[in-house]
Design a protein around this ligand. Structure first.
Ligand code: SF4
Length: 192
């Protein structure tokens, strides 16, 4: 068995574990679990907060309006394709009404995310929004103080930026900052 095959099998095994997971109450209201999608050998992993309504319908991450903005940022930068990135969320089942996941739900779901990251072993992680940034960096500062730099002294690098839903609400000034943070994450993922 090749390394790549065992890696893809492990990611698929984690997706099965997520599909049958009942560790927190979010499984009761979900239509579909959203384990994540993309390249199992990705140098860059993007982590959002949790699935929204479109993601819950389709079982895929970032397929709604936020996903379209994320696609625009990826395409404009032009260095990585979306298919070369693995995209997931801190919690894999939709919080009702798109509310922020509760600390207990994040705690229960974190093992799935860590298992994915330990399998993919990316060189950089881009966190979308404060929930992902605080969960993965362990820092509690507001996002305005976390974004725009490498939050990890170790591998993988961790970069935080605004969630695309906030970019949609706030418009171009925030989207420009998101583009800059995405470029930093890409350079840390692809640099020597
Ligand atoms: S959100 Fe995570 S921990 Fe909760 S049921 Fe879904 S997969 Fe399990």
């Amino acid at each position: 068995m090749s390394d790549d095959l065992s890696k893809s099998q492990r990611i698929e095994q984690i997706a099965v574990e997520i599909a049958i997971c009942q560790r927190c109450h979010l499984h009761e209201s979900r239509k579909n679990p959203v384990p994540g999608a993309g390249d199992y050998n990705a140098r860059l992993v993007i982590v959002g907060e949790g699935p929204g309504a479109w993601e819950d319908e389709q079982g895929k991450p970032f397929v709604g309006r936020s996903g379209k903005l994320l696609d625009q940022i990826i395409e404009k930068h032009g260095v990585l394709k979306r298919s070369e990135i693995f995209i997931t969320n801190v919690v894999k089942c939709r919080p009702p009404g798109n509310r922020t996941p509760m600390p207990e739900e994040i705690k229960m779901c974190k093992d799935h995310l860590i298992a994915q990251l330990n399998t993919i072993r990316p060189r950089a992680i881009l966190c979308l929004g404060s929930t992902a940034a605080q969960t993965l960096s362990g820092q509690t500062s507001p996002l305005t103080r976390l974004r725009g730099r490498n939050l990890s002294g170790l591998k993988p690098a961790i970069v935080a930026t605004y969630h695309p839903s906030y970019g949609l609400r706030m418009g171009e000034p925030v989207v420009k900052l998101m583009e800059s943070d995405f470029a930093l994450a890409c350079s840390l993922a692809l640099g020597a």
